[in-house]
Design a protein around this ligand. Structure first.
Ligand code: FES
Length: 122
């Protein structure tokens, strides 16, 4: 039996606070869904940063978070779709696209492309 930790998630978009019980060997996002809590996500495999949160306290383990730079991990960001708890945790959701812009915004600001990313048209 793996240990279970208590995770408090503050959803900044809605102001709601959720409390979840997540075993150490389960992804936090997936467990939240199983407990009826809907949090932002898109790719579910650690690439897109839609599910990023700031870790306010506690230890999180995210070996597959390929979409998050080591710098942002050091700053306390985590991708819930590929994160396991290693202690009780307190996290809050990001502002929209916050992590994406922290990660890529400066490259565009420095280079020749200043107008932002091209929009997908479908
Ligand atoms: S949902 Fe895409 S990184 Fe988590």
């Amino acid at each position: 039996m793996s240990r279970t930790h208590t995770i408090r998630v503050r959803d900044r978009a809605t102001g709601k606070i959720y409390t979840l019980q997540v075993p150490e060997d389960r992804y936090i996002l997936h467990t939240a869904e199983n407990q009826g809590v809907e949090l932002p996500f898109s790719c579910r495999n650690g690439a897109c940063t839609t599910c990023a949160v700031r870790v306010l306290s506690g230890d999180i383990y995210q070996p597959e978070a390929i979409g998050l730079s080591p710098e942002l991990r050091r700053q306390g960001y985590a991708l819930l779709c590929v994160s396991y708890p290693r202690s009780d945790l307190e996290v809050e959701t990001q502002d929209e696209d916050e992590v994406y812009e922290l990660q890529f915004g400066r490259y565009f600001a420095r280079g020749r492309v200043k107008a932002g990313l091209p929009l997908d048209e479908d």
